[in-house]
Write a protein that binds this ligand. Structure first.
Ligand SMILES: Cc1cc2nc3c(=O)[nH]c(=O)nc-3n(C[C@H](O)[C@H](O)[C@H](O)COP(=O)(O)O)c2cc1C
Length: 167
């Protein structure tokens, strides 16, 4: 049984991104899934203050800012798999998702996210290119040496299959 963390960066609660997430979840039977709908959470941008690098290594409160990221930090510490889910907003992931990802800098810098993660990217769009999203996802994963389990775009069956392949 794996622990799967989904970061949902969609604006709409029940739009096409939610449909992709639901299909992915349907494939993940037997695993423990935690989803955060970031749009309704209080998450501030990274300050690049360096506070996280001065905190004790492995601190469970890696960031100097106190907001809803504390819930995500706790889940990210435990997670085996992190799913990034986002519609394309102007050829890129949404600002909502990017803000939360930027705040992962803190636990990454002070090593409170330990073991390498596996990752998934679920995307929806109105039909434009997605090069920026894929660049972001691959650069981030390569930098961390995390393992890509798959990407799906506007394809609920592909999302379900990625979920069902998780072992
Ligand atoms: C601010 C904004 C920017 C968007 N930019 C793009 C874009 O660059 N390319 C594209 O194909 N669709 C774009 N879209 C359309 C959304 O990606 C598309 O409608 C998506 O399916 C919405 O997902 P949702 O139903 O989960 O909200 C944009 C939508 C919004 C609101």
């Amino acid at each position: 049984m794996k622990k799967i963390l989904i970061l949902n960066g969609a604006g709409k609660k029940n739009g096409t991104t939610a449909a992709m997430i639901n299909a992915f979840k349907a494939g993940t039977e037997g695993h423990e899934v935690t989803e955060f709908y970031l749009q309704t959470m209080n998450i501030h941008g990274c300050l690049d203050c360096g506070g996280c690098r001065r905190k004790e290594k492995g601190s469970v409160e890696p960031c100097v800012q106190k907001d809803d990221m504390s819930h995500i930090y706790a889940a990210a510490r435990e997670a085996d798999v992190i799913v990034f889910a986002s519609p394309v907003y102007f050829w890129d992931i949404t600002g909502t998702l990017k803000t939360a990802v930027d705040r992962l800098y803190a636990p990454l810098m002070n090593h409170s996210i330990g073991a390498p993660k596996e990752t998934v990217l679920l995307m929806t769009s109105g039909g434009s290119t997605i090069d920026h999203m894929l660049d972001w996802y691959r650069n981030f994963g390569n930098w961390l040496k995390w393992k890509d389990l798959g990407t799906a775009m506007n394809d609920v069956e592909a999302a379900r299959q990625i979920g069902s392949r998780i072992q």
